[in-house]
Design a protein around this ligand. Structure first.
Ligand code: AMP
Ligand code: GLY
Length: 435
């Protein structure tokens, strides 16, 4: 069948690789894709904007597309799944991604917190405030201990969470947020208890009633070594996460995944897609780690996908078909037991000002590792050019984490462009935990 994948990042390149490898896929269209997806066998980039639903509709009908896989959250939050379900011509096309209501788990932090409260899912205690209740919010902050966690309710391009040590500063920021610091995204602000622990990402594929838990991953969000400096889209990832052992994952499944999927089903929220659960593993008084939900996303993570998907050996298109049919319980996943280490190469200056359009060399010298493009494009002569802050990443698989990391760092040294930057310490925190 013909499949359309929406998105243009490293996440989509990694997904496209698995999709194109399926014997069920005839042609894979990627809208808009990047220079990496353009080079995949069976794949074609198409110049479509994923949130222009009428254009997507016309393309799907003209090109006999039978499945649409949604990479980023924006089309989901804008309701692409409902748009297809409500159109007689599109109704039978398999859309992998939740309904608009399901996407609110990512689109509104307040909605997600209320959902977790209703279903007894462990998360930080919270309260939500608006401009009308700002004074209550100021008083509430004074009852909490530092650090203070303030979250814009809506999508704020990953910048909407502030963690502040000083009470007066937190109170001032609450006012700023409610006065529009993040536009309409901070018309509501969630204030929550600070959780201290180690973060990890758990990925679930759900058909709305059943689920499969995909490999775990840890990402590296800050620009600087030792997790310092500004937040980025992600500077690398490791899968699996060493401390997420059988016992811990059993807690994740029982306390979080089961009630989440059951909650969606009970509330009749159509959800055929990925659930990305951002977790904090918090040490309890018995010296064991307990999982708490920091956030839900309604898509795969980036750059977690670049270490998770290379480990999925099951036919991904078959998994998507089972998802659409509500039969995900009828399969077991085939996962590569090796460790995947992904290191992101970014343009100098990212996440602030950076150049685009520099020629990338050495891509053909990379052996044995996977290169996923994130922000690249091809010029008329066939050169691969930088076209974003996060440019590309190198993922390697090996029997253990040190070997996977070594391979990624050796291979990425072959890739060059003017003013390139990457973190040298991806995975080092996990290695220390293993000592
Ligand atoms: P979010 O956008 O909700 O993932 O938050 C961004 C980052 O803020 C997370 O990845 C955490 O590192 C941190 N964070 C969010 N909520 C909390 C919390 N309640 N306690 C501690 N850190 C948090
Ligand atoms: N890596 C975090 C995210 O995709 O939101």
């Amino acid at each position: 069948m013909n499949i359309l994948l929406l998105g243009s990042g490293g996440r989509e390149h990694a997904m496209a690789r698995n999709i194109a490898a399926s014997s069920r896929c005839s042609t894979l269209f990627i809208a808009p894709g990047n220079a990496g997806t353009a080079l995949l066998k069976k794949a074609k980039n198409v110049d479509l904007d994923p949130v222009q639903f009428t254009d997507v509709r016309n393309f799907v009908l003209q090109n006999d597309v039978k499945m649409v896989v949604v990479g980023p959250e924006a089309p989901l939050v804008a309701g692409i799944t409902d748009y297809f379900a409500q159109d007689a011509m599109l109704r039978n096309i398999m859309v992998i991604g939740p309904s608009k209501q399901g996407a609110e788990l990512e689109g509104s932090k307040d909605y997600a917190k209320e959902f977790m409260t209703r279903h007894n899912i462990p998360t930080a205690a919270h309260r939500t405030f608006t401009a009308k209740t700002v004074e209550e919010g100021i008083d509430f902050l004074a009852t909490l201990k530092a650090p203070y966690v303030l979250k814009a309710d809506g999508l704020a391009a990953g910048k909407g969470v502030l963690i502040i040590d000083n009470l007066q500063e937190a109170q001032q920021e609450l006012r700023n947020m409610l006065q529009g610091k993040f536009g309409s995204a901070s018309a509501k602000v969630v204030i929550e208890e600070y959780l201290s622990g180690v973060e990890l990402s758990v990925f679930v594929l759900s058909d709305g009633k059943h689920f499969q838990i995909l490999p775990t991953a840890k990402d590296y969000k800050r620009i600087g070594e030792g997790d310092t400096g500004l937040n980025t889209g992600g500077m690398g990832s490791i899968s699996p996460v060493c401390f997420a052992d059988k016992k811990f994952m059993q807690k994740v499944e029982e306390r979080i995944v089961v009630p989440t999927v059951k909650g969606l089903h009970e509330e009749k929220i159509p959800y055929k897609g990925f659930i990305f659960i951002g977790l904090m593993a918090v040490m309890n008084e018995n010296g064991e780690r307990d999982p708490y939900v920091i956030e839900y996303n309604v898509r795969m993570g980036d750059p977690e996908t670049e270490s998770v998907f290379p480990r999925i050996k099951s036919d991904i298109v078959e998994l998507f078909e089972l998802t659409w049919q509500g039969r995900l319980q009828q399969t077991t996943l085939d996962i590569d037991p090796r460790t995947a280490a992904c290191v992101m190469l970014v343009a100098g200056g990212y996440p602030e000002h950076y150049e685009k359009g520099n020629i990338i060399t050495g891509l053909d010298k990379v052996e044995d590792s996977l290169v996923f493009h994130a922000g690249t494009k091809l010029d008329a002569e066939g050169h691969v050019l930088t076209n974003g802050g996060r440019v590309l990443c190198v993922t390697s698989l090996a029997d253990d984490m040190p070997s996977a990391l070594l391979k990624s760092y050796q291979e990425l040294a072959k890739i060059e462009w003017k003013d390139q930057y990457y973190r040298h310490d991806v995975g080092q925190d996990l290695l220390k935990m293993m000592l």
